[in-house]
Design a protein around this ligand. Structure first.
Ligand SMILES: [Zn+2]
Length: 369
C-alpha cells in the first residue's frame, strides 16, 4: 500500500512516502479501513513527528489519528461494523479491562493511547483500527469532513455537554473558535440550542468565523476589555454559563474565567497556548465556579454525538485546507503554523459521492494566509 512513514524524529523530511509498504495486520478486534482522508493536527502529528520519543512512539511509524474511509474487512470478534460501512476513527485506544473501561469511561483508561502513536495510523491507503475506536459516518458527510470531526467532535461533546452541562438557552464562550476543537464547540453549542460567542485572536479569524461558521457574536482577545464585551453579549449581561477553554494561554485564561456567571463551568482540553495558567482562587470560590478538564470521550459519548450528526441536528464542519498525501510535508508545515481555519486534512483517495450527495471534494491545496 501507499503510506507516509516516519523513520526518525525530526523535520518534515523525516516523513517518507512509500508505494509498497506492507499492508497492516488485522487483529480479531480490528476493522481494516480503506482510508480516504486523515487530518493533520498539532499534537498527534506535528509534535509526534518532531519529538515522538516523548510520546513513546516506536519507529517506523505511520502517523494519523483519525482516518475516515470504508471498512473493507473485520476481525472475528467485531460485531458493530461490517465491510462497506463508512467510518471514522476517534483516535482513542483503550484496554477494555481496567476499572475505568469496565464502568464505561473508556477515555479515562489506565492504558489510554492514540491511533498513530501507539500503533500505525491513517496516513496510508489502509489502516487497521480497533472497532471500539470507530464511529459511523453518515452519507451526507464527506470523508474529509469526517476526518476533521473524528477527534474534535467527541471531545468537544464530552467537554460541553457532560463536563460543562451546556443546555438550550445558555450562553457559551468558545475560545480558539477557528481551531478544530473550537469549531466543533460552536457547532455543538448551536445544535444544543445554546448561544455561542466565538473568541479568536485576529480580525481575519473573526471574519472567517462569521463567514464560514455563521456565528453572529465574535470577539478578539487581542482587543482590550474583550471579557467585558463577552459578558455584555450574554442574555442578561451577567456572563456566560460555560467557557470552552482549549488553548491554555496565560495571557487570556483569567479574562476567559472572568466572563463566567455565578455557578458557571470552565471546561478545558488542549494547551498549545502554553499550558500553565494563572488561576484566581477567590474568583473560583466566591462565584461558585467549576474548572474541569477532559481527554477524549467514551464510546457512549462518541455514539451520542455522531447520532446528532446522523439526524442532521449537528452540522459537519467547514474544511478549507485539504492536501493530497504526496504533500504531507506541506500539510505538516501548515498545521504547525497558526494560519489554518480548522485542521489540515490529507485526502488519500478521491471522494466517491454516496447517493444523495453532491460532487466529490477535489484535492486542493491551500497554504495558510
Ligand atoms: Zn482500560
Amino acid at each position: 500500500m501507499r503510506a507516509a512513514v516516519l523513520h526518525r524524529f525530526g523535520g518534515t523530511d523525516a516523513l517518507e512516502l512509500h508505494d509498497d509498504w506492507p499492508d497492516p495486520h488485522v487483529g480479531p478486534g480490528d476493522a481494516l479501513v480503506e482510508v480516504h482522508a486523515c487530518s493533520v493536527g498539532r499534537a498527534l502529528d506535528v509534535e509526534a513527528r518532531g519529538r515522538g520519543a516523548d510520546f513513546h512512539v516506536r519507529l517506523p511509524r505511520i502517523l494519523g489519528s483519525d482516518p475516515a474511509g470504508v471498512v473493507r474487512a473485520v476481525g472475528s470478534a467485531v460485531r458493530d461494523f461490517r465491510p462497506g460501512d463508512r467510518v471514522v476513527s476517534t483516535s482513542s485506544l483503550f484496554c477494555g479491562r481496567c476499572e475505568w473501561c469496565r464502568r464505561g469511561d473508556t477515555h479515562a483508561c489506565e492504558d489510554h493511547g492514540a491511533l498513530g502513536i501507539q500503533r500505525d495510523g491513517g496516513d496510508a491507503e489502509l489502516c487497521a483500527v480497533p472497532a471500539g475506536t470507530l464511529a459511523p459516518v453518515p452519507d451526507h458527510v464527506s470523508f474529509v469532513q469526517a476526518a476533521a470531526m473524528g477527534v474534535a467532535y467527541p471531545v468537544s461533546w464530552n467537554l460541553l455537554r457532560h463536563a460543562g452541562r451546556l443546555d438550550a438557552g445558555q450562553d457559551v464562550l468558545v475560545m480558539g473558535a477557528a481551531g478544530g476543537l473550537g469549531i466543533a464547540g460552536v457547532l455543538i453549542a448551536r445544535a444544543l440550542g445554546a448561544h455561542p460567542i466565538a473568541a479568536v485572536g485576529s480580525p481575519q479569524r473573526m471574519r472567517q468565523c462569521r463567514e464560514l461558521l455563521g456565528v453572529q457574536d465574535v470577539v478578539s482577545y487581542a482587543d482590550a476589555g474583550w471579557g467585558e464585551r463577552v459578558r455584555g453579549l450574554s442574555r442578561d449581561g451577567r456572563g456566560v454559563d460555560v467557557v470552552f477553554e482549549n488553548i491554555s494561554d496565560p495571557a487570556t485564561f483569567d479574562d476567559a474565567l472572568s466572563t463566567l456567571r455565578t455557578g458557571g463551568h470552565l471546561v478545558t482540553c488542549g494547551s498549545h497556548g502554553g499550558g500553565t495558567v494563572p488561576l484566581c482562587s477567590q474568583r473560583l470560590y466566591r462565584r461558585n465556579l467549576t474548572v474541569a478538564g477532559r481527554t477524549g470521550a467514551s464510546v457512549t459519548m462518541t455514539r451520542e454525538v455522531f447520532a446528532l450528526v446522523a439526524e442532521g441536528r449537528l452540522q459537519p464542519p467547514p474544511v478549507p485546507h485539504v492536501f493530497p498525501l504526496e504533500e504531507i510535508a506541506a500539510a505538516h508545515e501548515a498545521a504547525a503554523g497558526r494560519g489554518l481555519f480548522n485542521r489540515a486534512v490529507l485526502q488519500i483517495r478521491p471522494e466517491v459521492p454516496p447517493a444523495g450527495r453532491g460532487g466529490p471534494d477535489p484535492p486542493r491545496r491551500q497554504t495558510p494566509a
